[in-house]
Design a binder for this molecule. Structure first.
Ligand code: HEC
Length: 101
């Protein structure tokens, strides 16, 4: 049972980190470096900065929020400088990584 489980997690892990995957979590991990100061390295958030927990969230929701913050639809002046230059692909990669936290 345990062996089967670890084999399965290797498969899931490789699927996430495979460069052929449409959302590249490994690249997302690199992009996430600037987010840690507010959201924490596990996406746990930081009440002192009013930065919410973002781990455990659906990727489509994360993509929607980052995109709306970037476009100014959702006002977030603290975070804007960190997402203003992200491409659509960067945001997908970030969301794929955040899903693994
Ligand atoms: C300077 C601090 C800061 C940095 C850096 C920052 N954020 Fe944020 N983030 C916030 C704050 C504050 C909010 C909540 C704002 C609000 O009340 O709407 C937020 C909200 C979010 C949300 C929406 C959460 C939800 O449940 O709606 C996501 C997703 C998010 N951030 C992801 C990121 C990512 C990815 C990065 C790195 C590219 C990042 N943030 C960098 C401060 C920051």
């Amino acid at each position: 049972m345990n062996r089967a489980l670890s084999f399965l997690s290797v498969l899931v892990f490789s699927a996430f980190f495979s460069p052929a995957f449409a959302q590249d979590a490994a690249k997302g991990a690199t992009l996430y470096a600037v987010c840690i100061q507010c959201h924490g390295d596990k996406g746990e958030g930081n009440p002192a900065q009013k930065a919410p927990k973002i781990s455990g969230q659906h990727d489509w929701y994360t993509i929607k929020q980052i995109t709306e913050i970037k476009n100014g639809v959702r006002k977030n002046p603290e975070m804007l400088p960190f997402v203003a230059k992200l491409t659509e692909q960067d945001i997908k990669d970030l969301a794929a990584y955040i899903l693994t936290l």
